[in-house]
Design a protein around this ligand. Structure first.
Ligand code: NAP
Length: 328
């Protein structure tokens, strides 16, 4: 199976390295970053591309763009791993549309296009007889969509609860463990490289809400939007609030929850018993699925990281290879 990768940052590099080092029957025939691209239908020399990217800051030929790679490269699956923009979905949204129109499967880790145009993109994929998969968009390495689709096939999904933002979880863990203020914990998260220079998306619950929208639309097909999520961040939490929770053997976590029967779609800090499976430490993510037959299942894992996210993307690639490409 041949793949083309758009974006050679943390995730793109992780996918490139893992595909090159594991014997998966996948060859990379196109790669692009924001400044350049490379194409070779017989398979690119990924080692030298990664070295060039590290040394020069771009990966290929400056005369080639990401759009050239989408249009001209020879591939079965486009791996779209460019930055998330939750307002426009770009550049990922246009890239995904173009690849689907070319009847190419798409695997993405980019939340923006999914949160903004889930229905449109799935309809386009269906019309063109190809798959659009996005395991890496929610929970990093946690195989939430594979679990829902396969492991829990036949179950009615009644509700979903998640700790979906590692940065917030790290801040809350440090506030509880060390009695730090929100500002001190945020500073520490920045120093550790867990928080962006502008942490708004994370600490105001926007990132968790985007992931909740993707989950809700995938599970229930409701066509919900980011504005439908009732959202409160962690930026106004005080050490006193955490101390009070501690006195009751509880703690506080930023919980994303969707309960269709109650018409509830919410992201907010919640007081939760310390023994609850969703009380994970540091940057971990956790997702509890409530179903009619299996009852409660909680998945815990790394919510981010180059190789961890590559795990989710490769899971999607192999799913597509087994279902679509080898049969073709
Ligand atoms: N990092 C994680 O752990 C993680 C986990 C789950 C999901 N995600 C999602 O995965 C995506 C990638 O994340 P990341 O951490 O790898 O981001 P990143 O390190 O910022 O890398 C983004 C890559 O996209 C390239 N790019 C930017 N604009 C482009 C354009 N117009 N056309 C082509 N390429 C373009 C950048 O090019 P340059 O190198 O030239 O700047 C860079 O190589 C994001 O949507 C993110 O939300 C990340």
């Amino acid at each position: 199976m041949k793949i083309a990768i758009l974006g050679l940052g943390a995730v793109g590099k992780g996918v490139t390295e893992m595909v090159a080092s594991k014997d998966l029957g996948i060859s990379i025939t196109g790669i692009a970053d924001s400044k350049s691209g490379c194409i070779d239908s017989s398979g690119l020399n990924t080692k030298s591309i990664l070295v060039k990217k590290q040394k020069k800051g771009f990966c290929g030929d400056k005369a080639l763009s990401a759009e050239d790679v989408i249009k001209k490269a020879d591939y079965d699956v486009l791996v779209e791993v460019t930055p998330t923009n939750a307002t426009t979905g770009e550049p990922g949204l246009s890239y995904i549309r173009q690849a689907l129109k070319r009847k190419k499967h798409v695997v993405t880790s980019n939340k923006g296009p999914l949160a903004l145009a889930y229905k449109e993109l799935q309809t386009l994929a269906k019309k063109n007889g190809v798959a659009l998969r996005f395991e890496a968009t929610v929970g990093g390495a946690i195989p939430i969509f594979h679990t829902l689709e396969h492991g829990l096939a036949g179950n009615e999904i009644l509700a979903i609860f998640g700790v979906l933002n590692g940065t917030c979880n790290y801040i809350l863990t440090r506030m509880a463990d060390e009695g730090l203020t929100y500002e001190q914990a945020l500073l520490e998260a920045r120093e550790m490289g867990y928080a962006e220079a502008d942490p708004t998306y994370d600490v105001q619950g926007i990132d968790a809400a985007i992931k909740l929208v993707i989950l809700a639309n995938t599970i229930w097909g409701d066509g919900v939007k980011l504005d439908d999520v009732n959202r409160t961040g962690i930026d106004l939490l005080t050490p006193d609030a955490l101390k009070l929770a501690e006195e009751e053997d509880c703690t506080i976590r930023l919980i994303a929850e969707a309960i269709p029967k109650k018409k509830l779609l919410r992201v907010a800090p919640r007081i939760i018993e310390k023994s609850h499976p969703l009380v994970v430490e540091g940057t971990l993510n956790a997702i509890t699925i409530e179903t009619d037959m299996a009852k409660e299942i909680t998945l815990i894992g790394k919510g981010a990281g180059s190789i961890e996210t590559a795990s989710a993307i490769i899971g999607d690639l192999l799913y597509i290879r087994d279902r679509y490409v080898e049969r073709a």
